[in-house]
Design a protein. Structure first.
Length: 266
């Protein structure tokens, strides 16, 4: 009866391990070959499937009808350094030979001494913590995770908004090109002059000639006294008025003012 129960347990374990192995192979294939189009929800689904299969395997091991496998001792009957095709088939090509080098790794029922020691230390540390302290630590860890997620979300939003601001166009390329073409090549500028521009140019030229004539008359003024200076200045003013009727130009006013401040005037 014990042998029959052990056989059924081994069949159930082999079935569960085979399902777990297929799920791992599928997930590794996705990570290696479909990483460019792999989404986070798909990764979470794969993790959830693996977690469920591991829980089912643990339930089978902890079932009351499952015999204690740690009490079962496996003794190799034949060790050979030669290649064994049957072992290659059962292990899917992972173990080519069943020699004294691979037996300690494949038939061990306990983890490495270092791993076992670390596991004992973790169990001891966990037993020392009271439920209240453990609950406080869990709350503190959840708060840290929430703050970290909030910071990550904020940085993502800022980076997205910054990218939108950088990509937003703040000028019109057509207006810029038209302005550059107008400044560099005169494209789009009109050759027509407003009415009256020719007369104003001529009058300004005549006014400039009168100012020059008045200045030349002022240079010929003798330095004997003030009465002799006033006649040429008035003549220059009259010539300027003849060239441009109307208001006296500001340049002539400046010349008269400067002449009245002559150092030789008494």
């Amino acid at each position: 009866r014990e042998e029959k129960q052990l056989e059924l347990t081994l069949e159930a374990l082999i079935s569960q391990v085979a399902d777990l192995k297929n799920s791992l192979v599928s997930f590794i294939y996705k990570l290696e070959n479909e990483y460019d189009r792999l989404t986070w929800p798909s990764v979470l689904d794969s993790f959830a499937l693996l977690s469920g299969q591991l829980n089912t395997l643990n339930k089978v091991l902890k079932h009351e009808k499952t015999p204690l496998l740690r009490n079962q001792v496996i003794i190799p009957l034949v060790l050979s350094p030669d290649r064994d095709e049957e072992i290659m088939r059962q292990t899917e090509g992972r173990v080519p030979v069943f020699s004294h080098e691979v037996v300690p790794d494949h038939l061990r029922t306990k983890p490495d001494p270092e791993v076992e020691e670390q596991e004992k230390q973790l169990i001891t540390d966990a037993a020392r913590i009271s439920p209240d302290v453990a609950q406080k630590q869990i709350q503190s860890l959840n708060k840290m995770c929430s703050n970290l997620l909030e910071k990550i979300s904020k940085e993502e939003r800022e980076s997205e908004s910054g990218g939108l601001r950088q990509n937003k166009q703040t000028f019109n390329p057509a207006d810029t090109n038209a302005l550059v073409a107008a400044v560099a090549f005169g494209k789009g500028l009109s050759n027509r002059r407003p009415p009256g521009s020719g007369g104003s140019v001529q009058s300004s030229q005549a006014g400039a000639g009168a100012i020059i004539a008045g200045a030349s008359g002022m240079q010929q003024v003798p330095m004997s006294g003030a009465p002799a200076q006033q006649q040429p200045m008035l003549a220059g003013v009259q010539m300027a008025q003849a060239g441009q009727p109307g208001k006296m130009p500001s340049g002539i006013k400046t010349n008269i003012k400067s002449a009245s401040m002559h150092p030789y005037q008494r």
